[in-house]
Design a protein. Structure first.
Lengths: 298, 114
């Protein structure tokens, strides 16, 4: 004949325990995903590094070659690319990158620059459309396991908008994966392309190593024309991978904390339940004793 | 000379080689050690590598760049797969990679902004 209070507490314990099973499972899934995501970050690095090296060499060798993607324009419309996840339950992962981007949008607005949003992931889409920001384009279903094709699609959209003059520059907001414990929301310029720093001139004389005189097949302008879009793609791809690894790491941490909280909660609730049970027994005993007393008195 | 064949998602092959044949947009090109600095756009086709040790390798390649610089050859491919078989097999693989690209581009669900 459990009292109402006891029954309610017991029901809560069961519910917390089943939640804990879910968070524990999510923690384990996220942990296995981190490893995969980190491998992908590592595997993509050689290409990105070589690409940077090639762009640097070509840029240096071709000197004053003009290309629309390199040209700095007067800024009146800024494209903002925000990389978030499709699913939540990842602690502060989404909110910190969204906050950073929103701050940037506000800053741009005070400077009189119009921000155009390009979002990756349902979380940013939901956040910004709820607040009635105008979203130019959203890319969904990308962030769990970004492929190079995804990066290409995003890069093409941005470069088209850039070429048509819809936007004058692009900044990308993503989450940098530093370690399993440390991921930092960061912003960096994407377009126009700032050629990778050629500041390997240890002499500091402004001459960045020997200029390589390449022979080109076909001519330098065309090579650069093919190369730069690839560079943008590789840049975005790297950031998608970084963000994906960060997402899984953040989720693992959040779910670990949730699992631990559930344990703690079960402990507290069990104690309360025991107290309630004991109080009930005490009341019952005193009722019986009281009853017997009353009977023996006459 | 050192040869690195990389694609955006991985290193396809990396090692010392004696000779390499690749297909650029302007035609086939053979590269031996100490080739002059070169920057070329790759076409869809087969790349043959004669490594310093071991069997001749073939790679199906679709698009990208070839850089020769300080006795090191870098193939920055858009797509590449190591192929077991002859040059024709590698060409077929390259053609398949080229057609994959179109499929891939439509994979990302891109919604028009509301």
């Amino acid at each position: 004949m459990a009292s109402a209070e006891l029954r309610i507490i017991r029901r809560r314990i069961v519910s917390v325990q089943s939640t804990k099973k879910i968070t524990r499972a999510m923690e384990l899934i996220a942990a296995s995903r981190i490893l995969k995501a980190r491998d992908r970050v590592k595997a993509a690095r050689p290409y990105a590094e070589k690409m940077a090296e090639v762009v640097r060499n070509v840029g240096r060798a071709s000197g004053e070659v003009q290309h629309p993607l390199l040209e700095k324009r007067d800024l009146s419309k800024m494209g903002i690319l925000i990389i978030t996840s499709d699913r939540g339950l990842a602690g502060g992962y989404n909110s910190s990158v969204i906050r950073l981007a929103e701050q940037r949008v506000a800053d741009l607005r005070t400077e009189g620059v119009d921000a155009r949003l390009y979002v990756v992931g349902k979380k940013a889409q939901g956040y910004f459309s709820y607040r009635e920001y105008h979203i130019e384009r959203s890319f969904l279903g990308v962030t769990d396991q970004p492929g190079y094709g995804d990066a290409r699609a995003i890069a093409n959209t941005l470069m088209e908008a850039y070429a048509s003059g819809t936007i004058d520059a692009v900044e990308v907001f993503y989450t940098e994966y530093q370690s399993a414990l440390n991921q930092i929301a960061a912003g960096s310029p994407l377009l126009p392309i700032t050629p990778p720093d050629s500041d390997e001139d240890e002499a500091g004389d402004g001459v960045a190593g020997p200029a390589v005189s390449y022979s080109y097949e076909p001519d330098p302008a065309e090579i650069l024309g093919r190369l730069l879009p690839r560079y943008v793609e590789a840049d975005i791809f790297g950031k998608l991978l970084d963000s994906s690894a960060s997402e899984h790491a953040a989720r693992q941490r959040a779910m670990k904390a949730a699992t631990e909280n559930a344990d703690e909660l079960v402990k507290v609730l069990t104690r309360t339940a025991n107290q309630a049970r004991q109080a009930e027994i005490t009341t019952e005993i005193s009722e019986i004793v009281g009853g017997a007393e009353a009977l023996s008195q006459d | 000379m050192r040869v690195d064949v990389v694609s955006p998602e991985s290193i396809v092959w990396s090692g010392e080689a004696e000779f390499i044949v690749a297909k650029t947009v302007e035609g086939e090109i053979g590269i031996l050690a100490n080739h002059e600095p070169l920057m070329a756009a790759l076409a869809t086709g087969a790349v043959e590598i004669v490594p310093a040790e071991g069997e001749r390798l073939r790679v199906g390649v679709h698009g990208g760049f070839l850089q020769v610089f300080e006795n090191s050859v870098t193939l920055l491919t858009d797509r590449a797969t190591l192929v077991e078989g002859d040059v024709d097999a590698a060409r077929e693989v390259a053609a398949a990679l080229a057609s994959e690209e179109d499929v891939d581009d439509t994979r990302a669900v891109a919604d028009e902004g509301e």
